[in-house]
Ligand binder design. Structure first.
Ligand code: ZN
Length: 381
């Protein structure tokens, strides 16, 4: 059995000092440091740093040159291994609105890697299918020619591997699709890439929408007489919302306000593309050209095209730009996402009986150690 000592343990509702966490593949005990006989355990010294639950990235397209839409199993493995260094212990490879055949090939590659278990890194929960059932007028960096009419049977057919998908509730056939998927599967339905008016968005929620794809970005904006998808996502208590907290996609001055409104339904995401973890330069996203410069990824016409954010940086950005407690900021990248995906019995917080997915990080959220199911999978300085 292993034991982390000398850490500041980030629980779901507080941070406890001078405590130790004992684990096998699951978390066994959290006790006072003084109760530990170090000879009984394989000891990991946290050196006074934060000991937090592994992070969960539910919306990430690519990393280190690979992209989930490529349909390449080795690319999925490369991403899984790469993001473990960012403290991410579970994730949803995220496809773009590419051709239906390419989407199905991408699903198959994730299925192959997940089901075989032949990968070393962060645990795959299932695919996030961003599109193809979106509104052309809010396509953002998605390819307009591959947008399809919402089709519940397509999602049902792949519900063994799809964890969540994005739909624009106002487009023809969307409400029927939402209702059928909601009634017949466990797939999380997210509204996004949508120009719905407030009432249309709420009609989607009535039928089963429970999540919002990157709040503010690629959706009808909030204005006082026409609150749009943004207003619906913020105001409806049934709906969780994604936020790209890179300080570029959304002004950091809004982070605290969004948290006040959404609380434990705020889910930090990266929306990272294949340029993540790479040098500045030219890349592609869903077959379209993208230029990366610093934290910005833009298409030639200036459209924002995903990010190069790391999820541990998102936690730091949220923490530093709000008055949140550290455990609240961490929950936004772990427990809240586990809840949205229906995985919170297993993962998302440091609680006895949950999987030992644990990270050690400093107060800037630089990650020093990542433990996956009780095994150390990354160890920095
Ligand atoms: Zn995306």
């Amino acid at each position: 059995m292993k034991c982390i000592i000398n850490g500041r343990i980030v629980l779901k509702d507080k941070v406890v000092d001078n405590c130790a966490i004992i684990f096998s593949d699951k978390i066994e005990k959290i006790v006072s440091d003084s109760e530990i006989n170090t000879a009984d355990y394989e000891i990991i010294d946290a050196k006074g740093r934060l000991v937090a639950p592994g992070l969960i990235d539910m919306h990430i397209h690519g990393y280190l040159g690979a992209d989930a839409s490529d349909g390449d199993a080795d690319g999925i493995r490369k991403m899984a291994e790469g993001i473990i260094k960012n403290g991410v212990t579970a994730w949803c490879p995220t496809t773009m609105t590419v051709s239906k055949q390419e989407i199905e090939t991408a699903f198959e590659s994730v299925r192959e890697v997940k089901n075989s278990g032949e990968y070393y890194g962060s645990r795959i929960l299932g695919v996030n299918s961003e599109g193809p059932f979106i509104n052309e007028s809010k396509k953002g960096a998605q390819a307009g020619e591959h947008i399809l009419k919402p089709d519940a049977d397509f999602i049902k057919k792949h519900s063994d591997i799809v964890k969540l998908f994005t739909v624009a509730p106002e487009v023809d056939g969307a409400l029927e699709c939402i209702e059928k998927v909601s009634n017949e599967t466990d797939v999380l339905i997210s509204m996004g890439h949508s120009d719905a008016i407030f009432e249309q968005a709420l009609a989607g929620v009535e039928k089963g929408v429970r999540h919002t794809t990157h709040l503010f970005n690629a959706m009808s904006a909030l204005s006082h007489r026409s609150p749009g998808v943004t207003g619906a996502g913020l105001s409806d208590g049934r709906v969780s919302t994604e936020l790209i907290a890179d300080t570029f996609h959304v002004n950091k001055g809004l982070f605290g306000l969004v948290y006040k409104l959404k609380g434990d339904k705020l889910c930090l995401i990266t929306d990272c593309i294949r340029a993540g973890g790479m040098e500045d330069g030219d890349y592609t996203l869903g077959g379209q050209p993208v230029h990366k410069e610093g934290i910005k990824c833009l298409m030639p016409d200036g459209t924002i095209a995903g990010s190069v954010l790391r999820l541990n940086e998102a936690v730091k950005n949220l923490y530093e730009n709000t008055d949140l407690e550290i455990y609240e900021a961490v929950n936004c990248a772990s427990l809240n996402i586990a809840k949205a995906l229906g995985e919170d019995k297993e993962i998302g917080s440091l609680e006895i009986g949950k999987r030992a997915d644990i990270i050690i990080a400093d107060e800037k959220f630089n990650v020093y150690t990542t433990i996956l199911g009780g095994e150390i999978r990354y160890k920095g300085e």
